[in-house]
Design a protein around this ligand. Sequence first.
Ligand code: COA
Length: 168
Amino acid sequence: MTTGSAQTRIGVYAGSFDPVTNGHADIIRRALTVCDKLYVAVAINVNKTPLFSPEARVSQIREAIGADSRVEVCTMSGLLVDFARTIGATVNVRGLRTVTDFENEMPMALMNRQLYSGCETVFLAASTDTAHISSSLIREIARFGGDVSPFVHPSVAVALSNRFAAER
Ligand code: COA
């Protein structure tokens, strides 16, 4: 009888995480059912002007998910496939909330596979209680003093409140 391979399955979950939300945390938790080790990579997206620095986002993610030796939180620049190669990732984890996500994700998945076939994109469906959460909605609610506590870790809620306090 063939038993499972002992090889460590390394995954990458990249995104802006500006800020990390309960939706991201849900995907991270569930990604650990398909990966032995997961790199959560704060990507520098040239098309977005972030609210928080990459370093602040890394700290927020670490606090939101808590200590777990299977999870490595880091920053990433350049192509995802190059980062995947560097860390030996064979799984590219993506969360899917809506059809719009699917439409955005599909071309990236196909392009990434063409660039590097050694890393397979795996889509995880968002849980029903987080499928409506996005970082931009959270930023907007926080900017106008709304309560974001149901959607983010308490430390992120404090960071958002502090960030926008000066503007009010
Ligand atoms: N729960 C909550 N929110 C979620 C979510 C979930 N499960 N899944 C996605 N989101 C949100 C994010 O918060 C973000 O919200 P916002 O736009 O309101 O801020 C939005 O969905 C987009 O998510 P994200 O995956 O962070 O998109 P991105 O464009 O910031 O990052 C990368 C996508 C980093 C994977 C992609 O740009 C990339 O690979 N960059 C590297 C360069 C590269 O290789 N380019 C070629 C790609 S083919």
